[in-house]
Design a binder for this molecule. Structure first.
Ligand SMILES: [Fe+2]
Length: 303
């Protein structure tokens, strides 16, 4: 049984045309399919057909997120484990998402819908598999090589955290605890070897704090900040360094009000690493190490 990565997110975008333009030319994702109500996009170094689906909607937010599992039979195994854990599942037929096979869908205690899938069409990363150059021509905008992680919100942080740990084998890299020293305000969870594939924070049920794309270097973050300035994008926070995960980062909003992040750095996470704990009185430092200011908008705005 293996979850390989956060495979895709489906975002609701009320500001339709402007949001498509933004994800293609400001973030720099590549369009792979479009119908009346959806646009499918991928980051340049991803081989799969898509990692971000934009959905025409009345309000912003996360429609669902999906983990890609390695083997077809993982769908059966995880479905059984979810059912035994007391979580209802539903099968999404092949082809419901363009270029994808069957998926298993379920809801976590914080309200988000998660899907698992293994089959998706490969379209390549624009480079040959023999003697490739380091990057393809024609990249635009921030041009992240990949979708990396997301931060979801809800009341029952503990419930979603436990489910991801006990059913799927996620480990906890870091956590912020409330005054009692135990109750989690937020958890950073990984199943790969990144400091987080998904994080969970107390907030409105079903909420999305941000989706994050990876950039290679600190200078890429500075360039992303320039692009934000040049395109009059709504900047939320940064560039800063997180105490939590040690990433260097910048946060901003898409034209529909969904928060995005581009970041680099952080450490390699191993499943036998001990969990790092941040106390609530130091959360400012955890979020923004230089100025220790978590920022009011950063901690209160979700989509
Ligand atoms: Fe993040």
């Amino acid at each position: 049984m293996t979850i390989m990565r956060l495979g895709r997110v489906q975002l609701r975008v009320p500001n339709w045309e402007e949001s498509i333009e933004y994800y293609k030319n400001v973030i720099g994702l590549i369009e792979t399919y479009r119908d009346e109500n959806h646009v499918y996009l991928k980051a340049w170094d991803e081989h799969d057909h898509h990692s971000v689906i934009l959905e025409k909607a009345d309000s912003a937010g996360l429609d669902h997120l999906a983990f890609k599992v390695r083997f077809d039979e993982d769908l059966d195994t995880y479905e059984k484990k979810l059912n035994e854990y007391g979580v209802a599942t539903e099968r999404i037929p092949a082809g419901t998402r363009v270029a994808e096979g069957e998926a298993v869908r379920f809801q976590v205690p914080t309200g988000q819908y998660i899907e698992l899938y293994s089959q998706i069409e490969k379209v390549g990363n624009g480079l040959p598999l023999v003697n490739p150059a380091p990057w393809p021509d024609g990249l635009v905008g921030m041009a992240p090589p990949r979708l990396d992680h997301l931060l979801i919100a809800g009341e029952d942080v503990e419930g979603t955290t436990k489910l991801l740990q006990e059913v799927f084998g996620f480990s906890m890299a870091e956590r912020v605890v409330l005054e009692d020293g135990e109750t989690p305000l937020a958890t950073w969870l990984f199943v790969s070897n990144k400091a987080h594939d998904i994080a969970v924070i107390k907030g409105p049920n079903g909420g999305l704090h941000h989706i994050a794309f990876y950039l290679e270097e600190w200078s890429d973050i500075r360039k992303a900040a320039d692009i934000i300035g040049k395109n009059n994008i709504s900047l939320d926070k940064g560039p800063v360094r997180h105490g939590i995960t040690r990433g260097t980062t910048i946060y901003f909003f898409d034209p529909s009000g969904n928060r995005n992040e581009v970041f680099c750095g952080g450490y390699i996470a191993y499943h036998d690493n001990p969990t790092i704990t941040w106390t609530i009185d130091n959360v400012g430092e955890g979020i923004s190490f230089f100025d220790k200011d978590p920022g009011e908008r950063f901690t209160t705005v979700f989509s």
